[in-house]
Design a protein around this ligand. Structure first.
Ligand SMILES: *Cc1c(COP(=O)(O)O)cnc(C)c1O
Length: 377
């Protein structure tokens, strides 16, 4: 019997679950007609803040703008070195270059795919040797898992660096009792449809406990407005979230805690089925991932045949990321920590991500795992 092809991220099953509520929420926006900065935007911001425990939550246009607005508020400028991983989505480093600053790429741990604090310390020396001013760190909480903050924060403190969390893939995750959104000077996240909490278009949010920073971000988000948008006191952008997207997110946020639990069950089932044939992802003690991706490591030569075998059976896979940023044409001229990033280079050859979403059924996972096992054992 042939099966229906599986989805890599099945947004249709989620939509079926809450379709009536979504229809009502969207109809209500169409009825009140306040499409920009409508009441749902404020309500979403207050619920997001409550959800993660941050003092301020500001919705915005997308995850990239969330990071860019924060860097603008922190007055990042030419001559500044901003440290970030290379094994990430391009947006993390892109925003640094927007302001004429220099991204300095830092290596990662091969078991969590997140920033290695020792490599960060080396990168600070690299930046100083290049006469750059070490300014701050963008740590990425990759694939849904918080970075190693207990070791990153002291390096930031020792060098006077601000810390910004790029939680685009990991809103909802927990680091030793702290929800992402409360770590560092500020956090940016994304509501791109495929992220763990996604809308039906582009969206993002910024979190901070710093009142002055929050005030400045409110201004920058709407063209640097002062008392209103025709009073301009800063150079800003149009960085607002649409009311319709806020209405969708409010409905999705209601089921988000349950979805996080389901994602963790899916990851546990994969781990149990695959730990003896592949290197499965590790979640350090007292951390909770929201599993934006479920990514295993296998010998480089086995990756293309495995992807082909899965595809043959209607199972999609993805490679996040085939080429780290320091190998990309747009970014390869920027410095790397010390003599290069051996771990980032190696894992880019080994990673493959399997379908991951809250609605993946045990029998579907068995089907996927059996193909992987047959290929790898
Ligand atoms: C998705 C993503 C972004 C950008 O978010 P957008 O909403 O697509 O702009 C930034 N950083 C990381 C690590 C991401 O995965």
């Amino acid at each position: 019997m042939t099966r229906q092809p599986l989805a890599f991220i099945d947004l249709n099953r989620q939509q079926a679950r809450i379709r009536d509520d979504l229809d009502k929420a969207i109809a209500s926006v169409l009825a009140h007609g306040s499409y920009v900065m409508g009441p749902e935007v404020r309500q979403l911001e207050s619920e997001l803040a409550k959800f993660c425990g941050a003092k301020h939550a500001l919705s915005c246009s997308n995850g990239t703008d969330a990071l860019g607005l924060i860097l603008r508020a922190l007055q990042v400028k030419p001559g500044d070195a901003v440290f970030c991983p290379s094994f990430t989505f391009a947006a993390t480093a892109e925003v640094v270059v927007w302001f004429g600053a220099t991204p300095v790429f830092v290596d990662i741990h091969d078991d969590t795919f997140n920033m290695d604090a020792c490599s960060l310390d080396v990168a600070v020396q690299t930046a100083k040797a290049l006469n750059l001013r070490p300014a701050g760190v963008i740590s990425v909480d990759l694939f849904g898992l918080p970075a190693d903050y207990d070791n990153i924060e002291p390096v930031c403190a020792a060098h006077g660096l601000w810390l910004l969390s790029d939680a685009a893939q990991s809103f909802g995750a927990t680091y030793k009792g702290r929800k992402l959104g409360t770590i560092g000077i500020a956090t940016g996240t994304s509501f791109f449809p495929a992220k763990p909490l996604g809308c039906y278009g582009d969206g993002g949010a910024i979190f901070t406990d710093d009142d002055a920073l929050a005030d400045l971000l409110v201004s920058l988000r709407v063209h640097g407005q002062g008392s209103d948008k025709y009073d301009n006191v800063n150079i800003g952008i149009n960085g607002r979230l649409d009311t319709l997207q806020a209405a969708v997110l409010l409905q999705k946020l209601r089921i988000f805690p349950d979805e996080i639990e389901k994602r963790n069950q899916v990851a546990e089932r994969y781990n149990a089925a695959l730990a003896d044939v592949a290197i499965v992802p590790r979640v350090p003690r007292d951390l909770m991932s929201v599993w934006a991706q479920y990514t295993i490591r296998i010998p480089p030569g086995r990756r293309a045949p495995l992807a082909a075998a899965l595809k043959q059976e209607g199972v999609p896979t993805a490679i996040y990321y085939p080429k780290p940023l320091h190998r990309q044409i747009a970014y390869r001229a920027f410095p790397t920590a010390g003599n290069g990033l051996p771990v980032s280079d190696r894992v880019a050859e080994e990673v493959i991500s399997l379908p991951m979403h809250p609605y993946l059924e045990p029998d579907e996972q068995d089907f996927i795992a059996n193909i992987v096992r047959a290929e790898l054992s």
